[in-house]
Design a protein around this ligand. Structure first.
Ligand code: SF4
Length: 197
């Protein structure tokens, strides 16, 4: 069976660029699963090229948004992501990144200015209000993960990128409120989303 590079949910087309990720979130949809919404998202034959993804996207205006979100962290493949974004924008489409916010840590530089103009929206998973809780929930595999994620969101805002935080509601109302305070301290809106089971 062919690997899933892109998959449609509702009116959006999702791009599954990689299975690499700097977190091991305890709530991740890929834990113990082969499929998501019926799509096998483990890339058994390797990661797709930008050209392969562009071919599958075709005309991006057929979709509400082209969303970078799969069984891995899209910024692990920053240049491929930006290349695909340029293709989508050149054809009148819209782009969104769902990220754990570690892109700058992974690249070793502030990548926010590179995202400006390429992504119409960036959703950063905040997940927890403190470094200790983040570590317990997301099991980061990279040093400085929590602070790096907050710094990335701040840098996106500073660069003029449309950025917001998200949390999953399974952390409980009290923690959601604590996350709201963290988000408001950074000056970035928070969206609460239901946990995907
Ligand atoms: S950051 Fe996203 S892809 Fe990575 S483990 Fe967490 S939920 Fe899964």
């Amino acid at each position: 069976m062919k690997d899933t590079y892109t998959y449609q949910i509702g009116s959006n087309l999702y791009v599954n660029l990689t299975n690499r990720c700097s977190n091991r979130c305890t709530f991740c949809v890929r834990n113990g699963k082969e499929r998501y919404e019926g799509y096998p998202l483990w890339l058994k034959g390797g990661e797709p090229t930008a050209e392969e993804v562009k071919q599958e996207i075709g005309d991006p205006t057929k979709y509400g948004e082209i969303v970078f979100c799969g069984f891995g962290e899209p910024t692990e493949r920053l240049q491929t992501l930006l290349d695909i974004c340029a293709y989508v924008h050149a054809r009148g489409g819209k782009t969104r990144l769902n990220t754990n916010g570690h892109g700058s840590l992974l690249a070793g530089r502030n990548i926010a200015p590179e995202l400006k103009g390429h992504l119409d929206g960036v959703n950063v998973s905040l997940n927890a209000p403190t470094e200790a809780e983040y570590a317990a929930l997301c099991l980061p595999q990279i040093a400085g993960a929590f602070a790096g994620m907050l710094d990335f969101a701040r840098a996106c805002k500073k660069a003029g990128v449309n950025v917001w935080f998200s949390v999953v509601d399974c952390i409980g109302a009290e923690k959601v409120e604590e996350c709201r305070k963290v988000a408001s301290g950074v000056g970035i809106p928070l969206r609460v989303r239901p946990m995907i089971t």
